[in-house]
Design a protein around this ligand. Structure first.
Ligand code: FE2
Ligand code: FE2
Length: 327
């Protein structure tokens, strides 16, 4: 938002606090659940328990998101049992939050099993302002890219499929790029978010570039000048951000295990800690991606209901004096 010029009538955007109106839309973004059909992931990580802990943390936020976006590597091996388990864990939470789930394919997924396990029947109840995705490929082809478009009350969310069957690196093939170009030819009222697994960003970790997204220049040519306001991704198992074609990119870490970046880049490896999810707040003029660590920690109680009520009862000047003034 551009600051009001002196003399311009000022309409309070958000009473009583701050200069910004509340977010127009809110999403939950998590990634890389890597569920397995049985046992521990890699014999080491309890992907199911870690996902459940993440979902419990999401519920604790009290947020009613417009969508829950899971940016790929939904399962580790593409096992039907793993997709069933994933659905059984996620859908009740989504129903409780009244939010649609946007399943994005990752390199560890298998398109036919993902389709059969997650997309085969009706999605959970969505907010009345949302409509479920339109898949872009004939359902008859189980190997077709898993893509979709959601209208989240004027905010368009497009799920891309950056997987390459049989490989771990990423790509958006020419047909999908053309489809994306056509979708973006008409802007959405609140703009567009893209969700895909392989982030169009570099990684400082050696050899990760082998598994990166290919044909990024071609994708950038489509994104540049469009109404795309943000790109959500995963794959790296650590949270990071950057820009691509001038558009902010936000990478959510994993719920299963994360990369221990406290090591020299050549020694980075997975650890059963640091799991998190992102709260995506879509404002009129910006989008924030807040990283929420999934931890059990004692938390202070300074900002009580009584304190908030006390602040709300003050004038803006009194509030500044009460809360901003250094003692
Ligand atoms: Fe992953
Ligand atoms: Fe991945």
């Amino acid at each position: 938002m551009v600051d009001q010029l002196p003399g311009t009538p000022v309409t309070p955007r958000h009473a009583p606090f701050g200069r910004s109106a509340p977010a127009a839309r809110t999403l939950v973004h998590l990634s890389d659940t890597h569920l397995v059909g049985a046992g521990l992931l890699g014999g080491r990580f309890d992907a199911t328990a870690n996902l459940e802990a993440t979902l419990e943390a999401i519920v604790r936020t009290g947020i009613r998101p417009d969508a829950i976006v899971i940016t790929g590597d939904l399962t580790d091996l593409g096992e039907p049992a793993a997709y069933r388990a994933l659905r059984e864990i996620v859908e009740p939470v989504a129903a409780r939050l009244d939010a649609p789930v946007v399943w994005v394919a990752g390199n560890h997924d298998e398109r036919p099993a993902l389709r059969a396990g997650l997309l085969a029947s009706d999605p959970p109840a969505a907010d009345p302002t949302t409509t479920e995705a339109n898949t872009t490929e004939p359902a008859a082809d189980p190997e077709a890219p898993v893509t979709g478009v959601w209208d989240l009350g004027g905010l368009r969310l497009i799920a891309l499929d950056s997987t390459v069957p049989g490989w771990h690196h990423g790509d958006i093939d020419p047909a999908q790029r053309e489809w994306l170009r056509a979708e973006l030819s008409q802007p959405a009222p609140l703009g567009t978010l893209l969700a895909l697994h392989h982030p169009p960003l570099p990684s400082h970790i050696p050899l990760f570039d082998i598994l990166e997204l290919r044909h990024q220049d071609e994708l950038a040519a489509i994104v540049r000048g469009s109404d795309v306001r943000g790109i959500l991704a995963g794959h790296l198992h650590y949270s990071t951000s950057g820009t691509f074609a001038g558009v902010p990119v936000s990478v959510a870490a994993a719920t299963c295990y994360t990369m221990n970046l406290q090591r020299p880049a050549v020694e980075v490896n997975g650890m059963d800690a640091g799991q998190s999810f992102h709260l995506v707040h879509v404002y009129d003029d910006t989008i924030t991606h807040s990283v929420v660590p999934v931890v059990a920690a004692e938390t202070g109680d300074y900002f009580s209901d009584a304190w908030v009520a006390e602040m709300a009862a003050l004038s803006p000047e009194e509030r500044l004096e009460a809360f901003s003034r250094k003692r």
